[in-house]
Write a protein that binds this ligand. Structure first.
Ligand SMILES: Cc1cc2nc3c(=O)[nH]c(=O)nc-3n(C[C@H](O)[C@H](O)[C@H](O)COP(=O)(O)OP(=O)(O)OC[C@H]3O[C@@H](n4cnc5c(N)ncnc54)[C@H](O)[C@@H]3O)c2cc1C
Length: 356
């Protein structure tokens, strides 16, 4: 059977479902995607950092290497999107500047540096005296930092808008309904939603932290749990041509991504909680950290708070798993890096489907 003879249902239109739909439709699969609120899950909260270096974690070189491939994969997707929609998806490689608030935080940076050097990540120490532009807007208390040049960012809202438009050009059918049940069948993958039953040859679940819809059983190899995160959006500080700021302060992590026109995303909290809401204390800590690191935020205009549930696995790595005895593949566990690795996850899902 060639790809064009094969139909696929994708459950979930977050960044993973949308890029997967795009990749499959480009390959010639006939794709239907179901989601009651496309791209309003974790994708909506994401800051859009493509930061393999800034996200380095001890013992996780494999994840770092995987994420390193993401920037060129996104550039390839951006090129394909522009061909279809006529708009450029901008990907900005500013690097990341990491600063530490006090002695304890600076020790955390030294530990981070040791791991990053071991992985061979490009980095150098920078000082405010030598490179004042890098420190623009950052409290004068901080005079030194670690610059990681390979990191970049994109605007997830723009990426989603372009993927939705491109998918429409590729005749991907979008049904804005929740899948309430996956029906048992030996051939094909029927799913029930409010308007009835939709069928296809194969199915992909891309529901992020929501896990499998009713009717599918988790394979023993895969499980996700939600880790809630909050980002704050404000306008007033334009650092879009300067590195993304990351800070360790009082043992916590803070970042600020800045886009043209002074649009800033401050992030992010991490709570092992499943309720999609914003706690006052959580928001207060994030704002206080932001004001300490970037005092000019005092006069910035507050725009909104977004929250999302990151899909986390026990080892914090993503997976593509087959559901035994069914025509379903499950892709999830992208945790803090779903936007970064979305084009790679889409290729992994395509390979899994091609193998079937
Ligand atoms: C605060 C925060 C900041 C982040 N910042 C970054 C960042 O800077 N860079 C980065 O790379 N990553 C970041 N992430 C991580 C990233 O957002 C996630 O890894 C990514 O969005 C996961 O994408 P997803 O498509 O799997 O899940 P989601 O975006 O959650 O999408 C899942 C979709 O499935 C739908 N769904 C669920 N159940 C059903 C059902 N039964 N039927 C139909 N549809 C269903 C939902 O409506 C939703 O739209 C951040 C996350 C958070 C929370």
């Amino acid at each position: 059977m060639s790809s064009s003879d094969r139909s696929v249902i994708i459950v979930g239109a977050g960044i993973i479902g949308l890029t997967t739909a795009f990749r499959l439709a480009r390959r010639g699969y006939r794709v239907t995607i179901l989601d009651p609120a496309p791209a309003m899950g974790a994708t909506h909260a994401a800051a859009g950092m493509l930061a393999p270096s800034g996200e380095i974690a001890p013992g996780d070189e494999e994840n770092y290497r995987y994420q390193q491939g993401a920037l060129s994969a996104w550039r390839a997707v951006a090129h394909e999107l522009a061909e279809l929609t006529g708009h450029e998806l901008s990907i900005t490689q500013t690097g990341t500047l990491i600063v530490g608030w006090d002695g304890g935080d600076r020790r955390l940076i030294e530990q981070f540096r040791g791991v990053a050097e071991h992985f061979g990540a490009p980095l150098r120490t920078v000082t405010r005296d030598e490179e004042p532009e890098m420190f623009r807007g950052i409290t004068t208390r901080l005079r030194e930092g670690l610059f990681m040049s390979e990191d970049a960012w994109l605007d997830p809202d723009a990426a989603v808008a372009q993927l939705l438009e491109a998918n429409q050009c590729l005749s991907v059918r979008l049904i804005e309904e929740r899948v309430t049940e996956v029906l048992a069948r030996t051939n094909g993958v029927p799913v029930r939603s409010a308007s009835g039953v939709t069928e296809a040859d194969w199915g992909i679940v891309a529901t992020g932290a929501a896990g499998l819809p009713p009717g599918l059983r988790e394979p023993s190899s895969a499980h996700v749990r939600p880790v809630r995160g909050v980002t704050v959006r404000a306008r007033g500080i334009d650092r879009h041509d300067a590195p993304t700021v990351r800070a360790f302060l009082r043992g916590r992590a803070f970042y600020m991504v800045s886009r043209p026109g002074g649009y800033c995303v401050l992030g992010a909290t991490a709570e092992e909680k499943a309720e999609p809401l914003v706690e006052v204390g959580e928001l207060q800590r994030l704002l206080r950290d932001g004001l300490d690191i970037v005092p000019e935020l005092e006069a910035a205009t507050f725009l909104e708070v977004r929250n999302g549930l990151r899909p986390a696995t026990a080892d914090l790595r993503p997976f593509v798993a087959e559901i035994p005895g069914a025509g379903w593949t499950w892709t999830s566990g992208h945790y803090r890096h779903g936007v970064t690795v979305a084009p790679l996850a889409a290729l992994d899902a395509l390979e899994a489907l091609d193998r079937r």
